[in-house]
Every structure is written in C-alpha cells, then in structure tokens.
Design a protein around this ligand. Structure first.
Ligand code: DAH
Length: 355
C-alpha cells in the first residue's frame, strides 16, 4: 500500500473517532502543518520523474481534498452537537419572578425647563442656548453694563482669568446678545440654562437656572410684555386667574425696568398662587435699552421690544412645594426619586413595579 493511502486510512479512522474541536485542530496540523504528513508527501514530488509526478500529484490532491472535506463535515457535526446539548440543558424557566429594575427620574429643574419651553413655544418663541463660560463683553458690556457700573458688583461674578475677561455667566442675558449678533430682527426667543454667582444659602446656590426671554419687532411695547407674562404664569401654575404687579426697578439693559410680583396666599403651610394678598417676586423685565440694541447692530429707531429673566429654580420650588434650593444640586438619589418625574409618566398604580 502506498504511503499516501496509508496516511489517508489512518487519518480517516482517527477523524471518525474525535469528538472535539481541539483534537481536530491537532489532526489538521499533523496533516497539513509545515512538516505535516501530507505536506511532506507534496515535498517528495520534486524528486520524482515527470511520469510518476503526474500520477502521484493527482492522487495526492484527491487525498488532500478528501481529508479536508471530512474534517469540515466533522467540525459542523461537532458544532451542531454543542448547540443541541446547550438547548437541552439551558431551559428558560418562564415561571421565575422578574428581576427588579429601577427607572431613572427626571430632575424637577429639567422638568420645569421642558414645561417653560413648551408654554412659550405655543406663542411663537423659539429656544436658544448659550455657553456657561462667557466673555465679559457679552455678559456685561454689550448689555449696557460698563466697567465700574454698580450692577457688576451685585452679580458676585466667578472670573476664570486674571484679566477678568472670561467668566461663568451670571445670568442668561448674554444669550440676547449672541442671538441678536447672529441674526436679523425680528427676534422672539427664550433661553433657559445654568447661571453662576458666588452665593449660597437656603434660597441661593452658586449654580442656578434662569430663563431669558426676548421679543424684538417693529411695534412691541410694554403691554405685549404684560400679556406674555400673564399668559405664561397662568399656564405654568395651571390657574385661570392670577394677580400680577409691575414694580419699577433698575437693570442696565432695560429702560423702563420692572420687577414682577404675583399674588399668593398660604393655606396650611402651602403656597396657593393667584389668591390672597401676599406678593412674591418672580422675575425682572423691561423694554430693551436702545444702547443694547445699538451694541448688537439693531437700529433702535426701527426695532424695539421687551426682555425678561426668570429664576427657574424658584419656579420649580413654588410649583412642586420644595423648600430648600440646595437639595436640587446635592445629587441625592433618594431626593430625586421623591421629587423627580417619571420619564414615561405611567399611572402611579404601575410605579410600584419599578421601585
Ligand atoms: N439678568 C437679570 C438678572 O439676572 C434678570 C433680567 C432682568 C433679565 C430684566 C432681563 C431683563 O432680560 O429684561 O438679575
């Protein structure tokens, strides 16, 4: 019997007995590796005369492919066996109780920003954003607050460089500047976002949130401002009637300027908006100062309008009965699971499942 036939029979026998891939790989290298048995037979062909060479090489090629086919079939069989035995042993027990999971909650500030954005978008405002790190020009100078203006002291600014040119924005008003510099009037935007001042107590945090409003067009006056705020407050607090008063105030970027109070009363320790004879300050506003418009290349003889700035955290505290502002930013998961909002807003009867 020729060597080739011997090798073939020996290995077909071996292969029919193997049962795992490791053994198959071993056989593969014994046959086809660098000094494997079949590889060696191929090497021998070089020393044969041309007559012999023809016959042997075709025999060798046929043997090689027969062995390879057998190996492939074997590999498939082994893989199928593995899958079948897995299917047999790993049964899914559908009677097991579900694993517990907890769903994240939406922070009250994010919730209130969403509410505010949707209320203003109903009356044609679009939502703009600006960076937390601002330059001094956008935060103060362009807003008619030149150096040495007393309003700068009121802001307890966090400066980020020695020259006091870069800072954490102290209010959302610089978004007015950015928006007007980038576009052409009319403008009708709100800009919610984070703001920073060096201040911390029960009602002040060094980081807090404001929403800026700006409406500039050809015939905008204070009655539009009043109507807009009246609508917003009613929608936000979900009441039909509110009492609202404008108190004269001063901001460098508005003339005239006002602070707005809303009427409320205390019932069993709870604040009821829209009733009673007490007043609560909730925002600053006014008609945009002509100097601001000039600074952003808007002609104040053609365009005018109003602006306002509202403290978002304050609104969230009032609406959802939260009395310490600092808790907003302590990232206490227990606090969030109590005051936060369910992202899917499923009925409360289902909520127990997720805890
Ligand atoms: N930027 C002011 C502040 O943080 C709030 C404010 C007042 C914004 C009047 C305005 C405005 O746009 O017109 O105290």
């Amino acid at each position: 019997m020729s060597d080739i036939i011997k090798i073939k029979e020996e290995y077909l026998n071996k292969l029919s007995e193997v049962s795992d891939l490791k053994q198959i790989n071993q056989i593969k290298s014994e046959l086809f590796g660098k000094s494997g048995k079949i590889s060696n037979e191929f090497k021998k062909i070089g020393s044969l005369n041309s007559e012999e060479r023809k016959g042997i090489s075709s025999q060798l090629n046929a043997t090689k492919s027969e062995l390879q086919n057998f190996i492939e079939k074997k590999i498939k069989d082994i893989e199928i066996n593995e899958i079948n035995s897995k299917l047999k042993n790993e049964k899914v027990d559908v009677t097991l109780p579900e694993r517990s999971f907890s769903r994240g909650k939406i922070h009250p500030v994010s919730q209130v920003i969403d509410e505010i954005s949707s209320i203003f978008s109903e009356i044609g405002f679009s939502v703009e954003e600006g960076p937390d790190v601002e330059n001094e020009y956008n935060n103060f100078t362009a807003l008619n607050t030149p150096e040495n203006h007393p309003a700068r002291d009121m802001h307890d600014t966090f400066y980020l460089d020695k020259n006091k040119e870069i800072l954490l924005r102290t209010h959302t008003s610089p978004v007015q500047v950015r928006t007007m510099l980038q576009g052409k009037p009319p403008f009708k935007i709100i800009a919610p976002g984070r703001t920073y001042r060096s201040d911390s107590d029960q009602t002040h945090a060094p980081m807090f949130h404001q929403v800026e409003g700006l409406h500039i067009d050809k015939n905008i006056n204070m009655s539009h401002l009043k109507g807009c705020l009246n609508y917003f407050i009613k929608e936000f607090f979900e009441v039909d009637k509110i009492r609202m008063r404008f108190r004269p105030s001063h901001f460098p970027f508005t003339e005239p300027s006002a602070e707005v109070d809303i009427g409320y009363e205390l019932k069993d320790g709870k604040i009821i908006i829209g009733e009673g004879d007490k007043w609560l300050e909730i925002l600053g506003c006014g008609m945009v100062h002509p100097n601001v418009l000039r600074n952003v290349k808007v002609d104040p003889s053609k365009f005018q309008g109003y602006a306002f700035g509202i403290g978002i955290d304050r609104l969230a505290m009032l609406k959802y009965g939260i009395n310490d502002l600092r808790a907003f930013f302590e990232t206490d998961y227990r606090w969030l699971s109590h005051f936060g909002f369910d992202p899917l807003d499923v009925p409360s009867s289902y909520r127990g499942l997720s805890r």
